[in-house]
Design a protein around this ligand. Structure first.
Ligand SMILES: *[C@@H]1O[C@H](CO)[C@@H](O)[C@H](O)[C@H]1NC(C)=O
Ligand SMILES: *[C@@H]1O[C@H](CO)[C@@H](O)[C@H](O)[C@H]1NC(C)=O
Ligand SMILES: *[C@@H]1O[C@H](CO)[C@@H](O)[C@H](O)[C@H]1NC(C)=O
Ligand SMILES: *[C@@H]1O[C@H](CO)[C@@H](O)[C@H](O)[C@H]1NC(C)=O
Length: 337
């Protein structure tokens, strides 16, 4: 067996990793590309979530399957077909909590000359920003079944998802989050740091580590601000300030602002929070000369059959339908898978 350390340059990291290195935020992970791969062992360190963190694994674009990862060695099952041709192995954390894997090293079978190759990232890189409605909360396979992940896969793009269940965009305490997304987006850690005794702090995120930098930014947020009583005017201000700050990181990339698809009801019309405010946010930016900002009107995308009846969050089919709607929207806009 050949062992490579976590700092090997041919390990392609995506999403947010701290210096352990350990993951934060649903969907963060790594990819490797290798020829003649016979066996693969991933060794995780002490900062991995105890008792375990669910990880999703895909080999050569197979469907993702889940493994429960804990500190220690994990054999990754490989199909026979990986033996002769280069294989890309993709691993990411599924959860919005219990989502820390601490990568120590990787071992692979060298008896038949397995060779690590560079992973070539897609030129297309989506950055999704949101809350529980984007993080895959309540889904059996977490973020891997959520609409941002599905869209990213459909475009064979790199995709990074910074979505924090319960969080407002406004930087206030909300449903267990000590910060809002307008603060936490610029940090390495998700707000779970506060509940993590071996890493009870948060550090700035170095956006140069996003390789390639995001080419398309997609934001769906506001449900928790509305629940916390943030007024429409306050929300527009916070959102506008957030966009101003995002433009320092992403000067020209298209930014897509979702309106709420709302909370469907059995016996009443769907409830849409902040009516007219998202239009105002986009129009204010346009008036300032921002030519690359777009409103994505999601009204009608989600009905009762698309959500879990108890918490009104999209179910597995609901997320697929949202992904289909957004893909159609993007195609119409000019980006095809
Ligand atoms: C992972 O562990 C949970 C319990 O913590 C269990 O319900 C689930 O079936 C396990 N999943 C796998 C793929 O082993
Ligand atoms: C490595 O591959 C060889 C040849 O296929 C096999 O005999 C050996 O058991 C493998 N070792 C591991 C640790 O998988
Ligand atoms: C993290 O630190 C805060 C104080 O800054 C404290 O209130 C909290 O209990 C700590 N959490 C853990 C898990 O240690
Ligand atoms: C940020 O990341 C880039 C790319 O990895 C690196 O070259 C640079 O030194 C980092 N900057 C800081 C302040 O750590």
């Amino acid at each position: 067996m050949t062992t490579i350390n976590h700092d090997h340059p041919l390990i392609y990291y995506h999403g947010r990793w701290d210096s352990s290195p350990g993951t934060w935020w649903a969907g963060s992970g790594f990819k490797i590309n290798a020829l003649n791969l016979h066996s693969l062992i991933v060794i995780l360190g002490e900062h991995t979530t105890a008792p375990c963190a669910p990880i999703a694994v895909s080999v050569d674009n197979s469907e993702f399957f889940t493994m429960n990862a804990s500190a220690g060695a994990h054999y990754i099952p490989l199909p026979e077909s990986t033996k002769a041709t280069p294989s890309v192995v993709r691993i990411n954390v599924e959860g919005w909590q219990n989502n820390r894997i601490h990568l120590d090293s990787i071992m692979y079978n060298s008896s038949k000359d397995a060779i690590l190759l560079p992973y070539r990232p897609s030129k297309l890189a989506f950055q999704f920003i949101g809350d529980s409605l984007s993080a895959g909360q309540f889904l059996p396979l977490g973020v891997n079944q959520a609409w941002p992940f599905i869209v990213g896969e459909r475009y064979k793009a790199e995709h990074r998802i910074n979505a924090q269940p319960g969080a407002t965009l406004t930087d206030i305490v909300s449903y267990g989050n000590v910060h809002g997304v307008s603060y936490q987006y610029f940090r390495t850690e998700d707000t779970g740091f506060y509940y993590t005794s071996d890493h009870n702090f948060t550090t700035p995120w170095n956006f140069s580590r996003d390789r390639p930098s995001a080419t398309h930014i997609v934001i769906h947020i506001g449900a928790n601000d509305a629940s916390q009583g943030i007024t429409g005017d306050q929300f527009v201000q916070v959102y506008s300030d957030f966009l101003e700050r995002l433009r320092k990181v992403y000067p020209k990339q298209p930014i897509f602002i979702f309106t709420p698809w709302g909370w469907p009801n059995e016996d009443a019309p769907t409830y849409y929070y902040y009516p007219g405010q998202y239009e105002k946010i986009v129009n204010t930016r346009k008036a300032k000369g921002d030519k690359n900002i777009f409103l994505v009107d999601t009204i009608g995308w989600v009905g009762m059959s698309d959500v879990y009846s108890d918490n009104k969050h999209p179910n597995v089919e609901g997320h697929q339908n949202i992904a289909n709607h957004f893909t159609a929207w993007l195609e119409n806009w000019g980006l095809s898978p």
